[in-house]
Design a protein around this ligand. Structure first.
Ligand SMILES: Nc1ncnc2c1ncn2[C@@H]1O[C@H](COP(=O)(O)OP(=O)(O)O)[C@@H](O)[C@H]1O
Ligand SMILES: [Mg+2]
Length: 372
């Protein structure tokens, strides 16, 4: 195998890697394409920063083996946010080895991301009204304008620490539901708005929250839903929407994230159930796809080259498409869950095809030498 692609990962507690099964699939797919996938973390750098002790998957033995190799010529950064220590370690690595070619980069927290996306008119019209959480006074007036408000930690992921407030007839009291910072579903509470501040304060994250207009996403059975779109660069360096699938949250949940117990369903099936007419479904699909592509292009103009993003989209009862969140290190499990193995395979292949395209551009005529 002449081409090498590095995957930058991060050890979690007990030296566990978060996405080993994805890395294994990348390795197996890569091998068929003539690519060796090498997984390493900032803790695996050896020989005074010259080489890394990387993991390489051996499909015959179905096991990972350690190899000492030079830094791969192209690197797929899969480090997700796991607190400030981890984040700082990643940033230190990226700064120290800034000469390496990273195919992906950290983007921005939810608040910064909202501000950046608002700059582009074609995206701004799809953004729910969003402000920084600054205290209960602002929250009260926000609740006057929007009957449903989401409070979300700017750095949160996977539905952790998300609260949904519903305005009641008594303007001082709202109905609160959500998940705690460990993603446990909170019981429904009637809560006085003045007590919300203490509530958020006790999680020590009050000033890091955003407030967002809630989009009505309840299905007839009361469960909430949304869509996950995967937008990726292809083997010619062009943006493509690889796929989009619906997610339905478990009952009593205000979030639909799969890791929070959500189930997946094909986008067309869900849209057809809600809107019936295929013209309407097609119109929504087209709007969503255009929004996905506009979003990645805008982000790339702001952050520099990126490889893929996962976009959380909502479709309200009128069929309006809303952008809820952009994920810079998206998983592709939703396509596996709906049984769409073709899209799932494509979602795994594309980062490698893009890497190959980049590598061939770097050295159009010369094949790279294999490591000794
Ligand atoms: N403004 C909103 N209106 C309705 N539902 C929302 C809203 N924001 C978030 N949600 C629900 O909460 C989930 C998690 O929110 P998201 O912003 O994607 O944060 P996370 O980073 O935790 O995934 C969404 O997938 C959606 O189900
Ligand atoms: Mg999300």
């Amino acid at each position: 195998m002449s081409y090498k692609v590095g995957i930058l990962a991060m050890y979690l507690t007990g030296r566990k890697l978060e996405e080993v099964s994805y890395f294994r699939k990348l390795s197996v797919t890569g091998r068929k394409m003539g690519i060796e996938v090498l997984v390493f973390t900032p803790d695996d750098v050896v020989d005074s920063g010259e080489r890394v002790l990387a993991l390489s998957y051996n499909p015959e033995q179905k096991s990972w083996v350690r190899k000492k190799v030079s830094f791969p010529p192209i690197i797929y950064d899969r480090c997700r946010y796991h607190g400030t220590n981890n984040y700082q370690k990643l940033m230190r690595f990226r700064t120290t080895y800034s000469k390496l070619h990273f195919m992906s980069r950290p983007l921005a927290n939810k608040w910064k991301m909202h501000q950046i996306l608002s700059e582009e008119d074609r995206i701004a019209s799809h953004l729910p009204s969003t402000v920084r959480y600054q205290g209960t006074e602002e929250l009260k007036s926000f609740l006057k304008r929007h009957s449903v408000v989401f409070l979300k930690p700017s750095n949160g992921t996977g539905g952790r620490g998300i609260l949904r407030l519903l305005r009641t007839k008594d303007s001082e009291v709202c109905l609160m539901q959500g998940r705690d910072p460990n993603r446990r579903i909170l019981p429904i509470q009637h809560i006085h708005v003045d007590r919300l501040h203490d509530k958020l304060q006790s999680w020590k994250i009050a000033d890091r929250y955003i407030m967002q207009q809630g989009i009505p996403l309840q299905l007839p059975d009361g469960r909430v839903h949304d869509y996950r779109m995967l937008v990726q660069k292809d083997g010619a360096g062009k943006w493509q929407v690889t796929g989009c699938a619906g997610r339905i949250g478990p009952s009593k949940s205000v979030t639909s994230n799969l890791h929070g117990g959500g189930t997946a369903i094909a986008m067309e099936v869900l849209l057809r159930k809600r809107f019936g007419s295929s013209d309407k479904v097609e119109e929504i699909r087209r709007t969503a796809y255009a929004l996905g592509l506009n979003t990645v292009k805008h982000l790339e103009s702001k952050f520099g080259k990126i490889i893929e993003v996962g976009i959380d989209l909502a479709v309200d009862p009128k069929g309006n498409v809303w952008l809820l969140e952009v994920n810079p290190k998206p998983s592709r499990e939703v396509f596996h869950r709906i049984g769409d193995s073709q899209t799932y395979q494509k979602a795994i292949r594309r980062p490698l095809e893009y890497a190959l395209w980049l590598l061939k551009q770097k050295s159009p005529n010369s094949e790279q030498k294999a490591d000794p």
